[in-house]
Write a protein that binds this ligand. Structure first.
Ligand code: FES
Ligand code: FES
Length: 153
């Protein structure tokens, strides 16, 4: 089947999509958006988090056909060209990135939190990121990154 949707503001089309393919697969393998990661492909880790019509979703759990005609925003869409967004820059500066597999999903989820809550408490940060698993950092530096981005905003 053919899928048409908008990704990061640009119209996209994927042909010959199998009905069992996920939105994550289509983004990564067909449309050239490898930012979203496939760490579990079971909806457990959040590394594939994207916006779907402005709502956070695990793209590994979204059938490609469900994205037909909809608006998708990936971690690539948070930056302005080569200029990182505030939350992306903060992740770099605080050392919140180790292997980086969890980072795209955490960045999208953190950006969503900061969009809703300008100055989140540590508990609010941890709650907002509770669906995103990191195997490396112990989360302290991730919370630091979100706090830094909130202070700068
Ligand atoms: S890859 Fe989608 S939740 Fe883990
Ligand atoms: S930095 Fe490795 S899983 Fe989070």
């Amino acid at each position: 089947m053919r899928i048409t949707c908008t990704v990061n503001g640009e119209p996209q089309r994927a042909d010959d999509v199998w009905e069992g393919e996920s939105l994550l697969y289509v983004l990564r393998e067909r449309l050239g958006f490898p930012g979203s990661k496939n760490a579990c492909e079971q909806g457990e880790c959040g590394s594939c988090t994207v916006y779907l019509d402005g709502v956070l979703a695990c793209s590994c759990l979204v059938a490609a056909g469900q994205a037909q005609g909809r608006d998708v925003r990936t971690v690539e869409g948070l930056a302005a060209g080569d200029e990182l967004s505030g939350i992306q820059q903060a992740f770099l500066e605080t050392g919140a990135v180790q292997c980086g597999f969890c980072t795209p999903g955490l960045v999208v989820a953190a950006a969503d939190l900061l969009r809703r809550t300008a100055s989140p408490s540590d508990d609010e940060i941890r709650e907002a990121l509770s669906g995103n698993l990191c195997r490396c950092t112990g989360y302290a530096k991730i919370v630091d990154a979100v706090r830094l981005a909130a202070e700068r905003a």
